[in-house]
Design a protein around this ligand. Structure first.
Ligand SMILES: NC(=O)c1ccc[n+]([C@@H]2O[C@H](COP(=O)([O-])OP(=O)(O)OC[C@H]3O[C@@H](n4cnc5c(N)ncnc54)[C@H](OP(=O)(O)O)[C@@H]3O)[C@@H](O)[C@H]2O)c1
Length: 421
């Protein structure tokens, strides 16, 4: 007889969908620090619609977007979806993961029950007018971050995705290694190679904020892979060592400077001089690393308000600051003189398209870049790991949790073959 609920790691017969599942759930009355907001609950398994795929989640990656979802800021994602008419009063996060296809809806193409897959976090409506005419999913009005803006992400026994979000899982990787790179890797990839006129070329210096973070660790490898020169910014020596091991030419410790935050008024000469002192001193460190007076042709930004003025100042003439986030705040000041007088480009970048996701999977599959998994914990640690991220006290690289996988280092659906890796 079909059971209505299975324990985590208790594998139902392939294709048999129970009525309920364990999930890490955020509710509005718990909004706040992740350790408070995220709780394990039992909820109904979602119904699979046309084009959709139900995936039995083996492992899930931890990302910053569900720090924002926990806080309920800058967007209350539950209220946002309810405004679109969706009924759920809860949020199940998780924008990347690995698992096994368990059920498919009408019209699904390219995947079938039993396939081992990794999941992208990009959802969009393929038939929407702006996709037909503009053709760039991350910029489409129907483009959403799955497991953040949309519900039923990978922090549950089953998650709901569209067929185009499924990519073959790299066979050489464990469930958790496969689960941790599909958000930061493709986002960094699009930042570095997705903006024609400013793709990384051999010999290009690239300044990477948060080099030891999820985006940063992927970006360092991607820049190196094509012959660019990654320079990482970090906040302590251990993170610097990590970046060097990944391929950074040199590292800069941001704690040596104090010119962060919003720009002073342009007419305030004294305050502006303070900003220039800090930014120029940082620029000199870049010259020291490069061994010549050269500026970064590309600056990979996500730290936002604290760092954007410096990014724009340090970027080479004709170069690009490419930004996908605002961890430290959203009021990013730009001294417009630096932008126009030096023909610099300030480019927003968000997620990735299906081709870019697929290319990153292939790079990882071939061992050209590593997923950089630093920590893998259990399902009950989802809130704790997000809390560490919120406090910027998490270990370098990417983090993951086991969901239905019983043990680390496994890549099969059945009972694990052996001991710890
Ligand atoms: N739009 C998208 O598609 C997209 C995708 C992925 C991520 N993001 C966003 O990008 C940001 C980073 O994500 P992530 O996964 O790389 O997070 P992460 O693993 O926490 O890494 C971020 C790094 O930023 C650095 N940092 C933190 N506060 C800073 C500050 N005030 N000034 C300078 N550096 C600071 C930290 O390094 P140090 O302390 O060592 O300097 C940290 O390791 C988040 O805001 C996230 O929401 C956006």
């Amino acid at each position: 007889m079909t059971k209505s609920l299975y324990a985590l790691g208790e594998v139902p017969p392939l294709g048999e969908v129970p009525r309920q599942m364990h999930a890490s759930v955020i509710r509005q009355d718990r909004f706040g620090p992740p350790k408070q907001a995220m709780r394990t609950e039992v909820v109904d398994v979602p119904t699979v619609g046309p084009g959709q795929v139900l995936v039995y989640v083996m492992a899930a990656g931890i990302n910053y977007n569900n720090v924002w979802a926990s806080l309920g800021q800058p967007v209350d994602v539950i209220a946002m979806r309810q405004r679109f008419g969706l009924p759920e009063d809860f949020h199940i996060g998780g924008s990347e993961g690995s698992g096994v296809v368990w059920a498919v809806g009408d019209g699904v193409r390219g995947v079938q029950v039993g396939d081992h897959v990794v999941l992208s976090g990009g959802q969009w409506e393929p038939a929407s007018a702006d996709l037909r005419y503009v053709g760039d999913p991350p910029a489409a009005s129907t483009g959403f971050a799955w497991g953040y803006e949309t519900n039923y992400g990978s922090f549950a026994q089953y998650c709901l995705v569209y067929d185009y979000q499924c990519y073959p899982k790299p066979a050489r990787l464990s469930w958790e290694d496969s689960a941790c790179f599909m958000l930061t890797g493709p986002t960094a990839y699009r930042q570095l190679f997705g903006w024609p006129g400013h793709t990384v070329r051999p010999g290009d210096p690239v300044l990477i904020w948060g080099g030891a973070g999820g985006l940063g660790s992927m970006a360092i490898q991607l820049v190196r892979m094509v012959g660019g020169i990654p320079i990482a910014v970090v906040s302590d020596a251990a993170r610097g060592d990590y970046c060097r091991r990944l391929g950074a030419e040199g590292v800069i410790n941001r704690r040596e400077f104090d010119h962060w935050g919003r720009l002073p008024d342009a007419d305030d000469a004294e305050a502006m001089a303070g900003f220039y002192r800090g930014a120029r001193a940082m620029g000199k460190q870049i010259w020291g690393i490069l061994g010549e007076r050269k500026s970064p042709r590309i600056v990979l930004e996500h730290s936002g308000e604290d760092t954007l003025p410096t990014s724009v100042y340090l970027c080479a003439s004709g170069g690009m600051v490419v930004l996908c986030g605002g961890t430290s705040g959203y009021n990013g000041d730009v001294d417009l003189r630096h932008l126009w007088m030096r023909s610099k480009r300030l480019q927003g970048s968000h997620g990735a398209n299906a081709r870019e996701f697929g290319e990153v999977v292939r790079l990882v599959d071939r061992g050209l870049i590593q997923p950089c998994l630093s920590v893998c914990e259990g399902f009950e640690d989802i809130g704790r790991l997000h809390q560490l991220m919120h406090e910027n006290s998490h270990p370098p690289g990417n983090m993951a949790v086991l969901v239905n996988a019983a043990q680390r280092g496994t890549a099969t659906l059945g009972p694990p073959a052996g001991g710890d890796r």
